[in-house]
Design a protein around this ligand. Sequence first.
Ligand SMILES: CC(=O)SCCNC(=O)CCNC(=O)[C@H](O)C(C)(C)COP(=O)(O)OP(=O)(O)OC[C@H]1O[C@@H](n2cnc3c(N)ncnc32)[C@H](O)[C@@H]1OP(=O)(O)O
Ligand SMILES: O=C([O-])CC(=O)C(=O)O
Length: 378
Amino acid sequence: MADDLKRGLEGVLVAESELSSIDGDAGRLIYRGYTIEDLARNASYEEVLYLLWHGHLPNEDDLAAFTDSMTAERAIDDEILETVRALADADEEPMAALRTVVSHLSAYDPDADADPTDREANLRKGRRITAKMPTILAAFERARRGDQFVPPREDLGHAENFLYMLNGEEPDEVLAETFDQALVLHADHGLNASTFAAMVTSSTLSDLHASITSAIGTLSGSLHGGANQDVMEMLKEVDDAKMEPVDWVIDAIDEGRRVPGFGHRVYNVKDPRAKILGEKSEALGEAAGDLKWYEMSVAIEEYLHEEKGLAPNVDFYSASTYYQMGIPIDIYTPIFAMSRAGGWIAHVLEQYEDNRLIRPRSRYVGPEDQEFVPLEDR
Ligand SMILES: CC(=O)SCCNC(=O)CCNC(=O)[C@H](O)C(C)(C)COP(=O)(O)OP(=O)(O)OC[C@H]1O[C@@H](n2cnc3c(N)ncnc32)[C@H](O)[C@@H]1OP(=O)(O)O
Ligand SMILES: O=C([O-])CC(=O)C(=O)O
């Protein structure tokens, strides 16, 4: 057995997957063979979910049946709503609240007693989890603001319905389309840390709720999904202090801090999702007649590219896009989770199809041959 230490598992191949592929040098991302650009432009989030879970794009009848089965699952039980309200009252962090409530969903899932690897039961559970996450998040946001819960509507698409539940009014077409594209762009990304966490959990034959709960916890950190919130907080800090964005970045690097939204384990060039989200951020700025957030972002991107060879990842331009859509900053990462649930579920389904316990090893570097001393003599 090779004894090379691969810190952070960098470059280690641990699975085969038919779901998504990243070319880190070309800046190319595909889901089941379709480029992310094609999917973002032409497919809804629901079509992408179907693609990931069923292996092919749906025809009109498939999509209508799939969409109906998802919309029917949007409502949440009263007990779940009570938990959401209790967490909002306790001022819980939104990602922690989402993690807790998704875990709680298993108590009310009609398939909770199914074999954890039962594919049909997991597809039903997956639809329920994915359909309910937007309802949970919108309910949490409104509860902590002291606003009435807005129940889901069945006549709106997944993206549009979330914005409706969040704001209590239907979004215009541009906002609904921008948000739908953002969900498509975040749906899957190879063996990122949160997906790997879901796979590790499912590899022990734990169930889907346990796997998704692990994944939400893993996504929340600032080196992963949590970076989109950090990006907007950085931009706000720069703006509030009336600083040059580049000066903030120079200070951060001098102090040995990371600039949120830059760098990536797999991409050596600009993340293709950041290109599309950058265009969205610019378009929203133009429509509002204020390109401030977009221009600040571009100034940081240009500086880091020229001086450090660092390129933006998906979290960089999603931040100013969501901000200009009026979305509260600390729910950007839960929104990422709402979308990535589709990818997590697809990877867990793949894991169960051909399961082997995931169990790497560490090299022991602690002491040897210690003589045991009884408690009273230490
Ligand atoms: C959805 C997502 O998860 S996308 C990633 C979101 N996370 C962020 O945006 C947080 C900021 N970025 C980072 O911390 C990193 O780039 C990560 C965690 C994404 C990738 O980390 P790794 O693959 O382990 O790269 P690593 O930490 O080895 O960095 C390589 C070099 O680039 C530098 N670097 C990487 N990212 C950054 C950054 N954002 N700011 C400043 N320097 C950076 C490191 O200092 C390091 O330089 P060194 O070799 O001189 O020490
Ligand atoms: O792939 C990764 O390591 C992080 C990432 O961009 C994602 O999860 O979307």
